[in-house]
Design a protein. Structure first.
Length: 101
């Protein structure tokens, strides 16, 4: 059984390219031998609700992979990027993949 990977995308950084970015995240997952489950879309207001839902889903599904278009999708919220990345690692033992590598 393939390991699950979830996407995370901030709409304010997608510039209307959400579908294209989600396709790229799905392709990366497939090429890495992972099962792309779903993408959590953070609203333009960036209140962090989608990030909280992502973290809960990772724990619920015992999943340990997240893919983002770039690490910038973890920046610019009320909580700094390093704190969000540490939370994923601490609470879900998640590895973060980016499509811009």
């Amino acid at each position: 059984m393939e390991a699950l990977i979830y996407g995370y995308l901030r709409e304010d950084l997608a510039d209307g390219r959400s579908a294209e970015l989600e396709d790229a995240m799905s392709t990366l997952a497939r090429e890495a031998g992972l099962c792309f489950a779903a993408t959590f879309h953070e609203s333009t207001s960036g209140d962090g609700a989608a990030f909280a839902e992502l973290t809960q889903e990772l724990k619920r599904a015992d999943a340990h992979h997240v893919v983002v278009p770039s690490l910038d999708h973890f920046a610019g919220q009320t909580i700094p990027r390093c704190v969000l990345l540490a939370k994923l690692t601490r609470e879900a033992a998640a590895k973060v993949w980016t499509i811009d590598d």
